[in-house]
Design a protein around this ligand. Structure first.
Ligand SMILES: C[S@@+](CC[C@H](N)C(=O)[O-])C[C@H]1O[C@@H](n2cnc3c(N)ncnc32)[C@H](O)[C@@H]1O
Length: 234
């Protein structure tokens, strides 16, 4: 595989081995719908629909990019005390765009931070989502980010991950391997060969995740749940 061009990275992005996208921030909103063959909006609606709630709650979008999905998540959670929606990305340029697009929305904030070192206390969030993010992490980081997701979810909390997974059709194989060759990203190949599933099984979510739906021959929507803690018996 040809050597990959190194793009400039913000200070936060330089702290991770994840594939960060400061350089893509100005055109990401044009490119993302093309990369998903126009399905991005429908897929995002599907992710948010799975986590819908009838009360204000706290939710986190990990690897949020320019925050398009974060804003949808915010809109889907009823307003009121306790509604707090946070979008987080390692690329400071992405966060700057997200903040601009979200200006004036109460209870919606964006942070430049790392998924593998979430700057939040245990049990802070009721919900967490992540789309097209885990194929930017190597196996070790996938495991660390999943452990962090578990930590920041409250018992009974839920998460949804939409990402590249083992292809199940010739079209899916074509899309998945084209992405791998186009971006020259070994992390994508890991997802294609099932390493995201392995990471889920190797950490605290073992036995607490399922594939809720499959899309386009190579994407999976994973649903994760952190069980309620058992009541103490005296
Ligand atoms: C393909 S974009 C996905 C953006 C958005 N979730 C979407 O669905 O359009 C992946 C994002 O992950 C971010 N990223 C990569 N490594 C990261 C890390 N270790 N922690 C947080 N974000 C990271 C990149 O900067 C990039 O914005």
């Amino acid at each position: 595989m040809r050597k990959k061009k190194q793009h400039p990275r913000s200070a936060c992005a330089r702290r991770t081995a994840g594939v960060t996208l400061d350089h893509a921030a100005p055109w990401y909103d044009w490119l993302a719908p093309l990369m998903t063959l126009g399905l991005e909006a429908r897929l995002q609606r599907r992710v948010v629909a799975g986590l819908r709630t009838d009360r204000p709650m706290a939710a986190l979008d990990v690897g949020c990019g320019t925050g398009t999905l974060t804003r949808q998540l915010h809109a889907a959670i009823p307003a009121g005390p306790g509604r707090r929606v946070v979008g987080l990305d390692a690329a400071e340029a992405m966060i700057a765009v997200a903040r601009r697009k979200a200006a004036g929305r109460e209870g919606l904030e964006f942070q430049a931070a790392l998924a593998e070192e979430l700057p939040h206390a245990d049990g802070t969030f009721d919900r967490a989502i992540s789309t097209f993010f885990f194929h930017h992490l190597n196996y070790d980081l996938k495991r660390r980010a999943l452990a962090e997701l578990w930590r920041i979810l409250r018992p009974g909390g839920q998460a949804a991950i939409l990402d590249v997974d083992i292809p199940y059709s010739w079209f899916g194989r074509l899309c998945a391997y084209s992405g791998y060759w186009l971006f020259r990203q070994p992390e994508i190949k890991e997802n294609i060969t099932g390493r995201l599933r392995e990471a889920l099984d190797a950490g605290p979510f073992r036995g607490h995740w399922r594939i809720a739906s499959r899309h386009s021959g190579y994407l999976s929507l994973f649903e994760l749940k952190k069980p309620e803690t058992k009541k103490e018996t005296t």
